[in-house]
Design a protein around this ligand. Structure first.
Ligand code: FES
Length: 349
């Protein structure tokens, strides 16, 4: 059994990938219908998703996986389109910020139409649970994406809702026309653009806290921006429990603290029949441990999605970084990128 993934499908992975190039267990196929620049650096992808994909709650994100130069690369993106679009057309949209010097996002702009991609199930717990209560949404930059999905999906408007959308110039406001159309047809929804070139952040904070009583708050944007808004709200008397915010990236549980009493772990990595003994850092993944000893194991996504780092564990116990679950002590396959050493280990690379 594969310690990190119980599915027998993994044993057949090479064969399945020969039959269906790009197949990855646990993921769903999506084909690229179109790309459209929303701003100079925000690209809107429209994807037709597999009928097997289980759907999403507006505000959630997916992990998108691409193959490039023989390696799988993965990144999380929030869905920005409405639930209705998926329900009626099996389409979702992702509004992706393209980082021109990044490894992943520039590839998105080069994808030909009808490219086949892999997407994960929808993930995350950033969603609008009580639409009957007055709400204030505050987004900055690409933080608009999950918030747009929540607002554009809302069918029954029951209470006043405000959106403060902080951008550096109106030309950088992605998804603005859809949100303006929503504001024009829905009297309970108001949209306020806050331009950081002309409006100080203190002004935005004053606007937000002016009518903060008895509201729910939803924040999404850069960490420093959210921290400032949250601090202003809490210091004005808003209950912290009524503030939700999106944290991008994959949640990994806190690791056990390593103290001076913690045992030093030894690992043996075997390659081509030659064993190399190394000291293992229990706070790092086995992939990182191996790389620090110049062993260069194969890898792709580094987040447990692509299975390119699967190796045979000969003996010893590992912890799954994502779930905290422990493996057995005997022979089994593990994913190096999401496994941490718990005991001494012998691993075949
Ligand atoms: S590198 Fe992709 S699963 Fe480990």
């Amino acid at each position: 059994m594969l310690a990190n993934q119980p599915s027998l499908t993994l044993y057949l992975l090479p064969l399945l990938q020969r039959l269906w190039p790009g197949f990855l267990p646990g993921l769903y196929r999506a084909s690229l219908l179109s790309q459209q620049w929303q701003t100079p650096d925000m690209l809107l992808l429209t994807l037709k998703v597999s009928g097997r994909w289980p759907g999403f709650v507006p505000g959630q994100h997916i992990v998108l996986t691409l193959k490039h130069n023989g390696r799988y690369l993965s990144r999380p993106f929030s869905i920005c389109s409405s639930l209705k679009r998926w329900q009626s057309q099996r389409q979702i949209q992702l509004c992706c910020k393209i980082n021109s010097i990044g490894e992943f996002t520039p590839l998105l702009a080069q994808l030909p139409d009808n490219s086949l991609l892999n997407i994960s199930q929808a993930q995350g717990d950033f969603y609008w649970q009580q639409p009957a209560l007055p709400a204030v949404f505050i987004a900055a930059g690409s933080g608009i994406t999950p918030i747009a999905a929540m607002l554009l999906s809302q069918r029954h408007w029951l209470a006043p809702v405000s959106l403060y959308y902080r951008v550096r110039g109106q030309e950088n406001a992605a998804l603005l026309s859809e949100l303006e159309q929503l504001a024009a047809r829905q009297p309970l929804f108001s949209l306020q653009l806050s331009d950081s070139c002309t409006t100080p952040s203190a002004t935005l904070q004053q606007q937000v806290i002016a009518n903060a009583a008895s509201k729910q708050f939803f924040l999404c944007g850069p960490a420093a921006f959210m921290a400032q808004i949250r601090a202003a709200l809490v210091s004005s008397g808003v209950d912290a429990a009524s503030i939700q915010q999106e944290q991008f990236g994959l949640a990994m549980p806190a690791l056990p603290t390593v103290t001076s009493d913690s045992p030093t772990l030894t690992g043996h990595f075997i390659r081509a029949g030659i064993s190399k003994a190394v000291t293992l850092n229990p706070q790092q993944s086995l992939l990182q441990n191996a790389e620090q000893h110049q062993l260069s194991p194969q890898f792709g996504c580094r987040i447990g999605v692509c299975f390119q780092c699967v190796c045979d564990k000969v003996s010893g116990q590992v912890r799954d970084i994502r779930t905290g679950s422990l493996s057995g002590h005997g022979v089994e396959q593990i994913q190096l990128c999401v496994s941490q050493p718990v005991t001494e280990l012998v691993i075949k690379l």
